[in-house]
Design a binder for this molecule. Structure first.
Ligand SMILES: [Zn+2]
Length: 118
């Protein structure tokens, strides 16, 4: 089994939660596909993670980038010198984090430090 640092696991959980909120709100009419999650995340997503195909592609990309981030501790993406996201994905994840971040704050979920990412 692949080993992750606790920070990686935390970040991946946040990513997955944010994409899920976004997809549920925006793409409820699209047939979802089941996303394959790293084993470390399975406990947090007991029922699995279902997203529309686009968002499923997004989260797979985001998890992969986080997995491969060579910086430890990872800086916030805004202050990163690498910028590992391609332009297209970067714009998309920014939109997702902004949208879901506002929703979670609205719901009082301030435990999610969404600004950590963007
Ligand atoms: Zn979606």
């Amino acid at each position: 089994m692949e080993q992750f640092t606790s920070q990686q696991i935390k970040d991946m959980k946040i990513l997955a939660s944010f994409v899920r909120v976004y997809c549920k709100a925006k793409h409820a009419s699209v047939d979802p596909v089941s996303v394959e999650l790293p084993e470390a995340l399975a406990a947090s997503f007991r029922k699995g993670l279902s997203l529309c195909p686009n968002c499923a592609g997004m989260i797979a990309y985001a998890l992969e980038r986080r997995r491969k981030c060579p910086l430890d501790p990872k800086p916030s993406c805004k202050h990163c010198r690498i910028h590992c996201y391609s332009k297209e994905y970067r714009a998309k994840i920014k939109e997702i984090m902004g949208f879901s971040g506002r929703r979670m704050i609205f719901r009082g979920r301030l435990d999610y430090l969404w600004h950590y990412f963007f």
